[in-house]
Design a protein around this ligand. Structure first.
Ligand SMILES: [Zn+2]
Ligand SMILES: [Zn+2]
Ligand SMILES: [Zn+2]
Length: 256
């Protein structure tokens, strides 16, 4: 059993966007409210969090995923993907068990700089997240019941990671998936894929490009993420090709 919860499907600015009064930003529809990008993947009893965005604490509480966690996987170290890292404290205060945070060696250098305090002893009675940064250096990572395959994708010129877990893959913040990684993304039951906005962008797929990639990969179901205020959920979702949809905060997909 695998269960995927979309904690956030918004772009780096989130939706509504500060100062914007467009119909999507003013919309009362909860599916037009997009927090910064993250997902929780549950494989049997194993819980994996992919990325730690600024709204992490609120997301975990909202979806009832705030009691335990086995590991964190980091795609890359842009602010919208890591600035909620300290909220992992909310778990480790309860469990007093260290949580591993897996990232590429370069990304770990960034994390150790930004969250320098976690490596230092803190005075008794105060709290710091009990986390340990671990480098992803192998083709397959086994954590509890989950087998994770890190895949190289490019976010503009920046090499970052996508993750395949069983018949599911999470591919965010990219505008180029190399052939080797495309080959690892076939036969998927569910794919979450970056589709920023309508206009082309130097580091993200736009909707048209994402649809094209989805057509090549032919997953049974695809949900687009990292969405701006370009997309009114009801309107755009209704126009997408069969098997394709917009993700929304709180979306849950269960698979065998
Ligand atoms: Zn991002
Ligand atoms: Zn707007
Ligand atoms: Zn990014």
């Amino acid at each position: 059993m695998m269960k995927i919860t979309v904690l956030g499907c918004g772009t780096s600015m989130g939706v509504p966007m500060m100062g914007c009064r467009c119909p999507v930003c003013l919309s009362p529809n909860p599916r037009n409210r997009r927090s910064r990008p993250s997902i929780m993947v549950e494989v049997e009893e194993t819980r994996l969090l992919i990325d730690t965005p600024p709204e992490l604490r609120l997301q975990l509480i909202q979806y009832g995923l705030d009691d335990r966690l086995d590991a964190v996987l980091i795609t890359h170290t842009h602010a919208d993907h890591i600035m909620g890292m300290d909220d992992i404290r909310g778990y480790t205060l309860q469990t007093q068990t260290q949580i591993p945070v897996y990232a590429e060696p370069d990304a770990i250098q960034d994390l150790e700089r930004v969250f320098r305090y976690v490596a230092h002893p803190f005075p008794p009675g105060s709290s710091s997240p009990l986390i340990r940064f671990l480098p992803i250096e192998s083709d397959i990572l086994t954590i509890g019941s989950a087998e994770i395959r890190p895949l190289r994708v490019f976010h503009g010129a920046m090499p970052i990671l996508a993750f395949r877990i069983g018949a599911f893959a999470y591919v965010t913040d990219t505008n180029l998936i190399p052939e080797e990684s495309m080959a690892q993304l076939i036969d998927l039951d569910f794919l979450i894929l970056d589709a920023l906005r309508y206009q082309e962008h130097p580091t993200h797929f736009n909707l048209e490009q994402a649809i094209e990639v989805a057509r090549l990969l032919q997953p049974k179901r695809v949900a687009f993420t990292h969405l701006t205020h370009d997309f009114d959920y009801e309107t755009v979702n209704a126009e997408l090709p069969p098997g394709m949809e917009l993700a929304y905060d709180g979306m849950i997909v269960e698979m065998n």
